[in-house]
Each structure stands twice: as C-alpha cells, then as structure tokens.
Design a protein. Sequence first.
Length: 285
Amino acid sequence: MHPSATADESAVGGAGSIIGAESRIERGARLAPYALVDSHCVVGERAIVGSHAVVHHHVTLGAGVQLGAHVVVHPFTTVGAGTVVGDHAVLGKPPRLRVGSAAASAEPLAGLWVGEDATIGAHAVVNAAAVVGDRTIVGDQSFVRERARIGADTVVGRGSTVDCDVVVGEHVSIQTDVYVTAHSVVEDHVFLGPGVLTTNDDRMGRRVLDADGEPDPAGIVLDGATIRRGARVGGRAVLVPGVEVGADAFVAAGAVVTRDVAPGRRVIGVPARDAGAVPDEDLLD
C-alpha cells in the first residue's frame, strides 16, 4: 500500500494486492490476492475487488460493489453501490477507431457511469462515456459502446451490442444477439427479440468524397432506427436505416422493415406489410 493511501482497519488486502497513491479503501472492503487498485481511487464499504482485477486511477466503486476475477476498470469510471461485475469484464474501455471513422468525436470522452444494483456480465465490455442505469443488466459477452445511454431496469441480453450514440429507455428487454446500431433510439418498455438487427448506413460503407476528391467523414449520414414506447420486434427481424416503429406496434419474426410502421399496427413478411391492428388487450396502456 502506498504511504499516501488510506484503508479502514476492517478492510482486508490479500497476498500480492496493491493500493496506489491517495486511494481510499473503506470499511469492510476486501481486495483479493493480486488485485490492483491504482492511485486516487475509492473502494466503498464492503466492496470486493476480485483476484487479479485491475482498477485504474480515478475510479470510484460504491458500497457493496463486487468485481469478479480479472475485471479491468479503466480511469474515471464510477460504479454505483451494489453493482456486480462478472469475471473478465472490461469497464470504461477507450475506443480505438480507424482514421475517418464516422463514430469519432471531437470531444474528449467522459468516464463510464454505471448506476446502483446493476449487473455487468462475464466478458462484457462497456466503453468510456456510456451510461448504464440502476438495476440494469448487461449480459455476458455483451458490448456497450461509447456515449450509449441505457435507462434503468433494462436487460441487454447475452452477446448483444448497443452501439455508439444510442439511447435505450427504461424497462426495455433486449434479447440475445441483438444489434442496436449507432444513432438509434429505443424507448421505454420496448421488446427486441433474439437476433434483431438494425442498420444505419444506406451507402453500406461507400465513401463520400469532398470537392477535392478526398474522403469526407462529415458527408456520411448515419440514421439508425427509432422504436417507440411499447413496440415489440420479433426474432431476426431487420430494420433498414431510418425507419420508425410506432408505439405499441408489432413486427413479426423475420420481417424486413423498409418503411415506417404506424403506432398500434402489426407488420409481417419480406418486405414487411401491414397485417392489421394490434389487439386492444396487447396494448401497453
């Protein structure tokens, strides 16, 4: 332990654990063998840092947080009280983008913020500048990219991706292997079945050139899906760039949605076509 660090007398550090300069380990916290807590960190009361976990500088772990073995927490991440992080998860990862990527931002990225009583699954990766709400579950092997915002009481299923600059509301159910593309909006109480795929690039990667014939990242307009409150999208459905699925609408499994779906309507097929109204008993309100 660095001389400038402080640890409550009830805190426990396992063999080979390291505590960096000016970090604070609070009452009842426990560092497993070979855990590393870098400088200027706070490890809250009764928090557990798992074996071989690495907590980089300027990280705050709330009371009762549990980090599994080999978890990596990048700088300036905040993890709320009671959150559980599975083995080998990575929190606050800074993205590394190709030159000219449309996902790049001129603004520096803030730290990751994870709310209270959330669950981050084993091998999940949650990038810097994302927000994960209270009691939300990010499943095993899932990926949440930079600047994504996920509301409270939402589930992101195993192996699913929430891309950059996505807004996901509260009480949303995102099932296994879903891809929510960049610049999409998913409102409260939406259901996305297994394997749902959203897209945002009509040019499919073709470059836009400026007047001098050079690539122009600003010319690439990414337009994700908008899925309104209470809408349900069945397994393996595909939403093309820019479509809107209205409130309480129903998209059948395997449909390819090429145009907007009106609120409270059902669509089916390839391309998706209207199949009548959603029954009153299936409406959210």
